[in-house]
Design a protein. Structure first.
Length: 98
């Protein structure tokens, strides 16, 4: 199995109770953010975020309520170290360039 085929766990925000999975190779525009964006509460520290099309998610129906008429949707989701194995998180950081 190639690194791009490994599954990563993603969340809308660092403290979101819902999660989804996707292949690392489907993540794009990875970056580290410390600003919450929108009207959300502050984040406790910087986290890795990545953009992904909603039709690449496995599960996560409660994470993203998809309207099939306008799908697919471009989402920005958070990658938490605690959700992923050390190998998966290291592969995400490698894609990020760190």
């Amino acid at each position: 199995m190639s690194v791009n085929e490994l599954e990563v766990v993603l969340r809308r925000r660092w403290n979101d109770p819902e999660s989804a999975r996707a292949r690392i190779g489907q993540l794009r525009d990875l970056k580290v953010r410390s600003d919450p964006g929108g009207v959300c509460s502050p984040v406790p520290r910087p986290f890795i975020y990545a953009r992904i099309w909603c039709d690449h998610l496995t599960g996560g129906a409660r994470l993203h309520a998809c309207n099939p008429i306008t799908a697919p949707h471009d989402l920005e989701l958070c990658v938490l170290e605690a959700d992923n194995s050390s190998g998966v998180y290291a592969a995400v950081k490698l894609r990020l360039g760190r």
